[in-house]
Design a protein around this ligand. Structure first.
Ligand code: NAG
Ligand code: NAG
Ligand code: NAG
Ligand code: NAG
Ligand code: NAG
Ligand code: NAG
Length: 649
């Protein structure tokens, strides 16, 4: 893919042009009716890089669709400064030639977005999207909507019933069908009309993702009947119905085997009851539909660049006034906590949505200039283990960030705060695993490597299902430059920060690996890293104690007493303690990357081949604690803090 790139895509472009010229007059129908399109507001920074990546991914996609007869393809060129991730999908009922013709049309159209670093085009027959970061698992996003045709069926109610039933069945069946595509048809009661419908998801989403996306799409498309055609679209799925056949009869799939579960037959019974018995109910339903259609003219034309509002248009701007009143004037009562970058408040917006508002304590002009760049970057981070930035306010007296709200609060409360002992082993493991995945994404999968620098339990929030979401990433860059050294203001927290960063300001993603290791030990032990554990003879910090217990083969003495020993596997816990110790090793290069950590956590092999070496850490008096047998000279150069060696080994 790399070296002969230029020649290859020129080659492909020649093919594209030929195919367009040759295929156009054929009696095929690539269905290039435009449903929606959108360009990102933001342009790529290095245009030559960007266009060569874009061209390469486009020709790769075309190759897959044309020569491998695929109906779905992804391709990416993620190496240089302007990575491109792209996805193309044809409706499965299109022939290969029609699919390629439709694809070519989307390419021509999407190039109208010029240098935009993200864009989408959706046609009846296919769609194409690219972004500057991976979006392959996205299902439903703001901007999901529907388009209704402008013809109306005369037998409104019977048609509505048939459409609703058919769409509901497709929504149930499609996620269970290999390839996430289904086409089906159904006769409308009492007349020669047939409804044709299809449902499709991106092949890279999960089964539940497909289900969720189609459920949202069904809600949207329900606004269309009795209009004769309707289409609903979203980031990860597509629904369409029509009273006119738009696929060949032999493309129809028997979806009955996938309906199962009783849910849909119940629905049919209800619908049957309505059709059979309730003329009055029908009347009400008719009035309701009529009201809906006239009140909200959803059968309107295509709306402009509304697609995927969030990632295509950058962070939403909130008004300072609205956020101020949402948080009751930043009242104490609404305060959720104090983060490294300012206080956080719970806010209730006028639409009832609850959000977390962070009032940044930094207000230097440089910070303000960097702010918009950083916020734009982090608003594009989408991962289930990273807190979502919804928007910001830059116009008022303070810079404000608006995040999704997590009702369960932060992990520290569950480890050693008011909810101590509430987490069982499975929940603790899920938190460890999810945090590792979130960090691996920030370091390696997002197109810019983001180093968090301040991983600690109070920055790990828990959702309603106790899944972790990392908060406060991407903000450290906003701190003034000269704060990398040990001081009360440096980006990091004592006890969690890797010594080489705290003392020398040596920053790498292994700084997060270190903090992660400390957090894992806290999760297992239910103790603060800075808490000194004393018995008659020695007083030890958590890391020190963990190491000694490991050396003595008594790992399990570290485990939180509130955990029921019957619910965890001793070998598993030992292995995870060893992984944590690998993460806190003194030589930066000996620490695993976060994606290696994810792999280690998944495997059940022991770590005998890679036994950890002794950790170093900084104690609460800002002393570096090292083993006298490991190298200490790297820690004794021009450090700003005084530190002494810990004598207790
Ligand atoms: C992006 O580039 C286009 C044309 O190249 C230009 O019209 C547009 O203003 C640019 N947008 C931004 C946000 O710079
Ligand atoms: C764009 O990136 C390439 C290398 O990927 C580099 O050679 C070129 O100088 C960059 N152009 C600009 C304008 O930064
Ligand atoms: C990418 O392809 C377009 C359309 O064929 C062409 O105009 C453009 O020059 C190409 N860009 C690069 C950087 O190769
Ligand atoms: C691209 O934009 C131009 C000008 O707005 C328009 O004439 C042309 O039809 C567009 N191309 C496609 C493929 O939509
Ligand atoms: C309905 O839409 C078609 C194209 O989709 C258009 O040609 C036609 O004029 C429209 N009819 C009305 C009554 O708006
Ligand atoms: C479906 O029917 C079309 C003609 O309408 C035919 O060309 C095609 O080969 C058939 N496909 C299958 C899979 O039978």
């Amino acid at each position: 893919m790399k070296a002969p790139m230029t020649r290859r895509w020129w080659c492909w472009w020649a093919v594209v042009v030929t195919v367009i010229v040759v295929l156009k007059p054929a009696r095929s129908d690539p269905q290039i009716e435009l449903i929606n399109d959108g360009c990102s507001q933001y342009n790529a920074t290095n245009l030559s890089d960007f266009f060569s990546n874009l061209n390469a991914t486009f020709s790769d996609l075309r190759n897959q669709l044309s020569t491998e007869n695929k109906k779905f393809a992804t391709a990416q060129q993620a190496r240089s400064s302007n990575p491109v991730y792209a996805m193309a999908q044809c409706r499965n009922y299109l022939s290969t030639a029609d699919c390629v013709a439709c694809y070519d049309a989307t390419v021509a159209q999407i190039r109208n977005c010029s240098a935009a670093n993200g864009a989408r085009v959706i046609y009846d027959g296919c769609f194409l999207r690219y972004e500057s970061n991976s979006f392959y698992d996205q299902t439903t996003l703001p901007g999901n909507s529907q388009i209704c045709g402008n013809r109306t069926e005369t037998q409104a109610t019977a048609f509505d019933t048939a459409v609703t039933g058919l769409i509901s069945d497709l929504v149930v069946a499609t996620p269970k069908i290999n390839g996430f595509f289904a086409a089906s048809q159904r006769a409308v009661a009492g007349g020669g009309v047939t409804v044709y419908a299809i449902a499709q998801c991106a092949e890279t989403v999960s089964q539940t993702g497909c289900q969720d996306c189609l459920t949202v799409a069904r809600g949207n498309i329900q606004a269309c009947p009795p209009n004769a055609d309707g289409t609903a679209f979203d980031a990860g799925c597509f629904l369409r119905y029509s009273d006119t056949a738009f696929f060949a009869d032999n493309q129809t799939i028997n979806i009955t085997p996938f309906l199962g579960g009783g849910g849909s037959s119940k629905k049919k019974a209800i619908i049957g009851g309505v059709v059979g018995g309730g003329g009055f109910i029908l009347l009400i339903l008719g009035i309701f539909l009529w009201y809906q259609l006239t009140k909200a003219p959803k059968a309107a034309k295509r709306r402009g660049n509304i697609l995927g509002a969030t990632e295509l248009q950058g962070p939403e701007q909130y008004s300072y006034k609205d956020l101020k009143s949402a948080t009751k004037n930043f009242s104490e009562e609404n305060k959720l906590g104090e983060g490294g970058f300012g206080d956080i408040y719970k806010g209730t917006l006028t639409n009832g949505n609850v959000v977390a508002v962070k009032k940044l304590a930094i207000a230097t002009s440089r910070a303000k200039a960097d702010f918009e760049t950083e916020v734009r970057l982090i608003s594009n981070v989408h991962h289930r283990n990273l807190i979502r930035l919804l928007g910001c306010s830059t116009k008022g007296p303070d810079l404000l960030l608006v995040y999704e709200f997590m009702a369960n609060g932060s992990l520290d409360k569950f480890l050693y705060g008011e909810k101590r002992g509430a987490l069982n082993w499975k929940q603790r493991f899920d938190i460890i695993f999810g945090t590792a995945r979130g960090l691996a994404y920030l370091h390696e999968q997002f197109h810019v490597c983001i180093i968090h620098r301040d991983i600690k339990p109070s920055n790990i929030l828990l959702d309603d299902f106790f899944q972790p979401k990392i908060a406060d990433f991407g903000l450290a860059k906003l701190l003034p430059e000269d704060q990398s050294h040990l001081s009360t203001r440096f980006a990091g927290t004592l006890g969690y920060t890797a010594p080489e960063y705290a003392i020398h300001g040596q920053l790498s993603e292994k700084v997060d690996t270190y903090s992660f290791g400390v957090v894992v030990l806290e999760i297992i032990s239910g103790r603060r890293t800075t808490e000194v554990m004393s018995d008659e003879t020695v007083s030890e910090f958590l890391l020190e104690q963990a190491w000694k217990l490991y050396e003595a083969g008594m790992h399990l003495k570290l485990v939180d007493d509130t955990l029921d020993s019957s619910e965890y596997n001793a070998e598993e816990v030992k292995r995870i303690i060893e992984i944590a110790l690998m993460c806190t090793q003194s030589p930066v290069s000996a620490r695993p990357t976060m994606s290696e950590v994810v792999v280690l956590l998944c495997s059940d092999r022991s770590l005998e081949q890679r036994p950890p070496t002794r950790p170093t850490f900084i104690d609460s008096d800002k002393r570096i604690v090292v083993d006298t047998t490991t190298s200490t000279q790297s820690l004794t150069s021009n450090a700003t803090a005084s530190f002494t060696e810990f004598a207790g080994r």
